[in-house]
Design a protein around this ligand. Structure first.
Ligand code: PDD
Length: 287
């Protein structure tokens, strides 16, 4: 059986899944999305992603397309039909289809819903984590509402491409004051010289990562010191360790920034311990 997508109420073969040419997500990036990590076919951090989805939609005045319960059912059914156990499930909700106009449609439109599932090789991800990844920095050039998880990802796509071309895995945006905001598709962290876990606070213009939030809760239970304070690329290089978090990367050690080693340039114990802690927690809470 091939891949299956969910598009506006129907399960369709992935290769034949289409949306209308006047979908506002397609023309205006007037759409939001969420990505859940899948462990054993179950969705990790389900509630956290639903909460952020509801917030993103509400900030854009788009209605929830269906109840959280119904959406959970459809997401899980799409995962089941794809027979994926390890991977990610992607949900996109756009304002809907309407004749092209920047302003919202005056007649009520139904939000458009697309769900896709992708499998991944967990052993390859673990091998990547064990080796560590590298990042490059790029000037922050995104809009002022990065807390809303919209599909308006062009700066993120360009930053990620620049990283790939430089042979790096991720790009870190750096603001006008010289501080790292976050990655193109992940939150950024360091373990500073005092052993504190530092990451940008959520009053800054960043996405409020669900993985970040869950990890902070787990860290607090473990008695680790968290400092939601900005850091510069120089702080990262001088730090003991660095890592990134997200539904795709989970917790991934960073061993170099702009070609300069972080700490001694090897994968550190804290990032690996946090990766295992997060995965344990995610598996236990997955639905
Ligand atoms: N990206 N920051 C940005 C800009 C992101 O795109 C993401 C996630 C994160 C981490 O958020 P979370 O922990 O909730 O996944 C931070 C997803 C995975 C993506 O775009 O594919």
């Amino acid at each position: 059986m091939g891949r299956v997508a969910y598009v506006n109420g129907r399960f369709v073969p992935h290769g034949q899944a289409v949306v209308h040419i006047e979908d506002r997500g397609y023309q205006l990036a007037d759409a939001v999305y969420e990505v859940w990590a899948l462990f054993g076919g179950r969705m990790a951090d389900a509630a956290g992603h639903f909460e952020r989805l509801e917030r993103s939609l509400s900030e854009l005045k788009i209605a929830m397309p269906m109840s959280r319960q119904a959406l959970t059912f459809v997401l899980k059914e799409t995962v089941r039909r794809n027979r994926v156990r390890e991977g990610t499930v992607y949900l996109q909700v756009s304002r809907g289809v309407a004749p092209r106009d920047h302003a919202f449609p005056t007649a009520p439109v139904r939000p458009a819903v697309v769900i896709t599932v992708r499998g991944l090789d967990r052993a390859a991800s673990e091998a990547r984590a064990a080796k560590g990844v590298t990042v490059v920095t790029t000037p922050e050039n995104r809009w002022g509402r990065c807390d809303i998880k919209t599909v308006g990802l062009l700066p993120n796509a360009l930053a990620k491409q620049a990283a790939r071309e430089a042979g790096a895995y991720e790009a870190w945006f750096v603001d006008d004051l010289g501080f790292v905001t976050e990655g193109a598709s992940s939150n950024a962290w360091i373990v500073d010289q005092d052993g504190r876990l530092r990451t940008r606070d959520t009053n800054a213009n960043i996405l409020r990562g669900v993985t970040r939030k869950t990890l902070i809760e787990s860290m607090q239970t473990e008695g680790l010191m968290i400092d939601e304070r900005p850091f510069t690329p120089g702080d990262a290089i001088a730090a003991r360790e660095a890592f990134i978090t997200g539904a795709g990367s989970l917790v991934l050690p960073v061993i170099a920034v702009d070609g300069r080693p972080v700490g001694d340039g090897s994968v550190g114990p804290v990032a690996m311990r946090l990766r295992n802690l997060y995965i344990e927690h995610a598996i236990a809470g997955a639905i």
